[in-house]
Every structure is written in structure tokens, then in C-alpha cells.
Design a protein around this ligand. Structure first.
Ligand code: TXA
Ligand code: MG
Length: 351
């Protein structure tokens, strides 16, 4: 447990859970761990409490929040209507890292849904998260516990760095198992549509419900006047202060391109770092590297911590060696946003 300016590592789980639940019931904010990223929670029925979340994060008002529940019974208070597709996704993947969009109940204030008639609901797999929500006895609205625009926190320390002084309580649950936010799926129609990719992949969803679509905004830049299916997708996100560039294409072409840039004249007096899977580290013998692990799961777990490290270590530029098939959609979606859609197709450069 951390109290604004003081850090307490909790010893007694019971009292940590009880304190968090009391804070939530009283209309306060609590940072709590989930398996994806740390959440900044408030009573989802309390519009004033929810507005405090937006204020603490500096979050745009038009970006709706995910409502977290601990038990299936709570769904009745949150959703007005749950489609067959939604029900199957919940049965298959809850508790777990997937948020399912359903028609919202009248008890959920507009402050949560940003005025939409729908609400995203999720039952987290993390035991501490579910214990806190169950003890509070209310659904908990919670975005990621970062300042808007920064990478989501995967350690309690990250939330502390962003929100110290703005929240009364931070519950430390150790590093988040998954490391990227939940898959967000619109299940209000016949075919589920992935609005934000996560650890639950399109393939897994297809297997569960027979069909799935990935919203085109997942891997491309939202058009300025486009009506956003998921308002969160239009904001620059996860971005360190350093310039991030994503390099795609054949492994050797990418390595040639990145090594050239790393050692180019324009980088004189500046520092750069390469982000890549372990298997590619050997391609950069004379470069600083922040390794992302061996596969999609490890890359997800490492990504946000690594993006924060870029700033902690003060690099001017970061070159991301993309391997989409091995890293997966969730990592690619986050990194192209962190890069502000600066993507170089290696070997096909027009310069
Ligand atoms: O893993 C997670 O989902 C974490 C943890 C704390 O549970 N939470 C999280 O919340 O990532 P947040 O607020 O950072 O992201 C919520 C995303 C946004 O992109 C938002 O636009 C979208 O979900 N969203 C929420 N409600 C929606 C709705 N009714 N329709 C469409 N998109 C929605
Ligand atoms: Mg977020």
C-alpha cells in the first residue's frame, strides 16, 4: 500500500483489501493491480467519483472507462442487455484480460460511458483486484493508472510516479502478468469486433464464437473526421519523450536500416537505443539494446516498462525492430501509437 507521499509495502492482505474497499465505497480513488496493467478505480455508480478519475489522469472527457466486476451477478447492474456473443466471450475468457462491450444499464452514469449507450465490462483474473471489487460490493470503473498519453503502468512504481499526490491509495500487487491492456471487443452486434487488441487474440475469439473482425483503426491512423468506434484509439498514446520509429520488413533489411540510422551523422552527440526480440540482438553488435524477450507474451510483458526506461535513461531516439508475426497484434498496435505512426518499411525507403 502506498499513501500519496509515503510508500507502505502491505503485509496483511486482508487489511490492504479492506482499506481499498473502504476508499472506493467512500467515493475515493484507488490504484489497484490487474493482470494487464494497474488500474485507477472508482465506484462506477458514482458520477462524481468517476469525474475525479478523469481529473487525476488528465484524460479527455470523451474517452469511456471500463467497468470491472468480481462476480457474474454484478453484470445485471452494469448491462441492460447481453448478446449471445457477449455471453459466450464472458463464459470462455472471464476472469481474464478481455473487456466486452454491451448495452449499458441506467445505473451507469454518462461520465463512465462518455455519453455512449454502451459500456465495456471486464472481470479481471488478478485475485487482489477481484477481492477488492467484491469487498467494495460495487462495480469499479478503472482506466489504466497512468497520466493520459504515458505508457500504462505495469509496476506499482509507475503508477506512483504518475499519480503521487493525486490518489490516496496505491495497492502494490507486483509486476502485471500480461503487461498490455485488455482486448476490447464490441459484442453488441452479430459478429464481435476487436477495437483494441490484447493478450486474447483474434484467433482465440474466433475459436470461442466462430467469427471475429478486427477494426481497421487497430493498425492504422484514425481519420480526423472519422466517428471513432473506440474513442481511445484516436489519441497519441504510450509515447516516450524520445523519437520512436518502427521498422518493418525483412529482418536483414531492417538491421541494415537501423544500424545505418543509429550511426548516422545526424545522431552525432545524441543517444539511440534499439528495441528488438532477443533473437535479433545479434544483428546490433555495436548498439545499445533494450531486449523484448523471446515471443509475443514476453514482448507484451516488457513493452510498457521498456518505453518508460527509454525516458529514464534519457535516450533521444528509439528504433523498434518489428516482427509482427512473432510479436503479435497487441504489441504492434501499441508501438505504432508510441511512434506516432512513424513507420519505415525497410528496403522500400524513398529518401
Ligand atoms: O486492461 C485494461 O483494460 C485496463 C485495466 C485497468 O483493466 N484498463 C484500461 O482502461 O486499459 P483504459 O481506460 O486505459 O482503456 C479503455 C479503452 C479505451 O480505448 C476506450 O476508448 C475503450 O476501452 N472503451 C471503453 N468503453 C467503450 C465503449 N463503450 N465503446 C467503445 N470503446 C470503449
Ligand atoms: Mg489507458
Amino acid at each position: 500500500i502506498m499513501k500519496t507521499a509515503t510508500i507502505f509495502a502491505w503485509k496483511d492482505r486482508e487489511s490492504a483489501v479492506a482499506q481499498a474497499a473502504e476508499e472506493l465505497k467512500g467515493g475515493g480513488l484507488v490504484v489497484f493491480p490487474t493482470e494487464t496493467v494497474y488500474g485507477l478505480g472508482a465506484n462506477a455508480f458514482d458520477a462524481d467519483a468517476v469525474r475525479r478519475i478523469f481529473k487525476a489522469k488528465g484524460r479527455p472527457q470523451d474517452n469511456p472507462l471500463i467497468v470491472h466486476i468480481a462476480k457474474m451477478e454484478q453484470l445485471r447492474d452494469v448491462a441492460a442487455e447481453v448478446s449471445g456473443t457477449a455471453r459466450r466471450l464472458m463464459e470462455r475468457f472471464w476472469p481474464g484480460p478481455i473487456s466486452v462491450i454491451v448495452k449499458k444499464s441506467a445505473r451507469i452514469p454518462d461520465a463512465v460511458s462518455a455519453g455512449l449507450g454502451t459500456v465495456a465490462v471486464r472481470m479481471p483474473e488478478n485475485d487482489l483486484a477481484r477481492e477488492i471489487i467484491a469487498r467494495a460490493g460495487i462495480p469499479v470503473a478503472a482506466p489504466s493508472a497512468n497520466i493520459s498519453g504515458k505508457p500504462s503502468p505495469t509496476l506499482a512504481r509507475h503508477a506512483y510516479e504518475d499519480l503521487c499526490g493525486k490518489v490516496p491509495l496505491i495497492i502494490d500487487g507486483g509486476p502485471c502478468r500480461v503487461g498490455v491492456e485488455s482486448t476490447v471487443v464490441d459484442a453488441t452486434g452479430e459478429i464481435p469486433v476487436i477495437l483494441r487488441p490484447g493478450d486474447i487474440t483474434p484467433e482465440m475469439i474466433r475459436q470461442a464464437v466462430g467469427n471475429v473482425r478486427v477494426h481497421h483503426g487497430v493498425m492504422s491512423e484514425a481519420q480526423k473526421d472519422e466517428v471513432c468506434a473506440s474513442p481511445g484509439m484516436k489519441y497519441r498514446h504510450y509515447a516516450p519523450k524520445a523519437n520512436v520509429t518502427v521498422f518493418t520488413g525483412d529482418k536483414k533489411e531492417v538491421a541494415k536500416c537501423v544500424n545505418f540510422r543509429y550511426h548516422s551523422d545526424s545522431m552525432q552527440g545524441k543517444t539511440a537505443v534499439v528495441l528488438c526480440l532477443d533473437e535479433c540482438a545479434g544483428l546490433y553488435p555495436e548498439c545499445r539494446i533494450l531486449p523484448l524477450g523471446r515471443d509475443a507474451g514476453e514482448a507484451e510483458a516488457a513493452l510498457f516498462r521498456t518505453l518508460r526506461e527509454i525516458d529514464e535513461q534519457g535516450f533521444d531516439a528509439a528504433y523498434f525492430h518489428a516482427q509482427e508475426e512473432k510479436m503479435g497484434l497487441a504489441v504492434m498496435n501499441r508501438i505504432i501509437r508510441a511512434a506516432g505512426h512513424r513507420i519505415v518499411a525497410a528496403g522500400e525507403e524513398k529518401e
